[in-house]
Design a protein around this ligand. Structure first.
Ligand code: AHM
Ligand code: MG
Length: 324
């Protein structure tokens, strides 16, 4: 089994990008430790107390954000960061080559029930000639990402990552504190009979999504001629990990539940990095209007419709929108 850094060097990933990735992963090892401690980390403190001075009582998502933010801004590699937990982007080193967006703890409603949560990150090169405090640094389409990944804090701590040369899985060896390459070139099967969507929003969906899901539910007797199973983790990291592992269909479609918030998932922190991982594994990741990674962002906290997974099923779903 290969360690992460030699595996990346073998793929000719630039050394400064490898250093940045290792910096992000150092924070995820601390987050993984704290997640594993559960309530102990609040009640009893831990050996990591001095790293987050006095913040042991804070919510895990706030702690995760602080860990990532501090380590990235101190590293010198990044010109700016943007986080789901920050109001706006935060300036780093004016000469930093990269910008990093992250969701420090995705699936935060799962924290208190001891279920799947994860950290999602996305790296792009910083455009030249712009101020480090300018949030417009981040207004680049997802296809400009040079690296994307997530760390899933499950029964084992698993990293899924791409630098544009396939999507690979790494597992955190907690005895040595190293991420080890455990599966290269993940492939999402084209076909699937499993879907993931929050069914409780059915009545708020647009007609094409409702019609597509209704046909899946009709199973063998319906137009699809086979039965479909459903899974919903309430954490995109968990659902995308299942899809990378055995295929599947995932959507958080637009809905009219709250007119001020027609879509739920964030382009920068969730949709773009997951799209890069899924596409690099042979899957599709789109809105009903087109490829997610081609969206020109208007705002760093922009929300977007997401339809991703096994390519045949994503295409099936889109055919309900185009009427073909
Ligand atoms: P979060 O970043 O605040 O945790 O919200 C994003 C999460 C996704 O991980 C998940 O797919 C979705 O929200 C779950 O939504 P719902 O609460 O509708 O099940
Ligand atoms: Mg999230």
């Amino acid at each position: 089994m290969q360690r992460l850094a030699p595996a990346l060097r073998q793929d000719n990933v630039p050394l400064d990008l490898i250093s940045l990735i290792k910096t992000i992963l150092a924070a995820t090892k601390e987050i993984s430790f704290r997640v594993g401690q559960g309530h102990l980390s609040e009640v009893m403190g831990s050996t990591l107390d001095e790293n987050i001075q006095g913040e042991v009582q804070k919510q895990l998502d706030v702690v995760a954000n602080q860990l990532l933010k501090d380590i990235l801004l101190e590293s010198g590699f990044v010109k700016a960061i943007s986080s789901e937990e920050e109001d706006t982007s935060v300036a780093g080193n004016i000469n930093g080559k990269y910008i990093v967006s992250f969701d420090p703890l995705d699936g935060s409603s799962n924290i208190e029930i001891n279920s799947l949560i994860g950290t999602i990150f996305s790296i792009m090169e910083a455009p030249e000639g712009m101020d480090a405090s300018d949030p417009d640094l981040f207004k680049q389409p997802g296809h400009k990402q040079v690296c994307a990944g997530y760390v899933l804090y499950g029964p084992s701590t698993t990293l899924a990552m791409t630098t544009g040369q396939g999507t690979h899985f790494y597992t955190l060896d907690k005895t040595h504190g190293s991420y080890m390459l455990t599966e290269r070139n993940i492939q999402v099967p084209k076909e699937t009979s499993e879907f993931a969507i929050n069914m409780s929003n059915h009545r708020f969906w647009q007609a094409p999504m409702a019609a597509y899901i209704d046909d899946l539910l009709r199973g063998k007797e319906g137009p699809r001629g086979r039965n479909f199973n459903m899974r919903w983790n309430g954490a995109m990291v968990g659902d995308v990990h299942r899809i990378l592992t055995r295929g599947g269909f995932f959507s958080y479609p637009v809905d009219n539940k709250d007119p001020a918030k027609p879509a739920k998932l964030r382009l920068m922190y969730e949709a773009n990095p997951m799209s890069f991982l899924i596409e690099q594994a042979g899957g599709l990741s789109v809105t009903s209007q087109g490829r997610i990674m081609d969206i020109e962002p208007e705002d760093i906290h922009q929300r977007v419709e997401v339809i991703l997974g096994s390519s045949d099923e994503v295409e099936q779903c889109l055919s309900y929108y185009s009427g073909n």
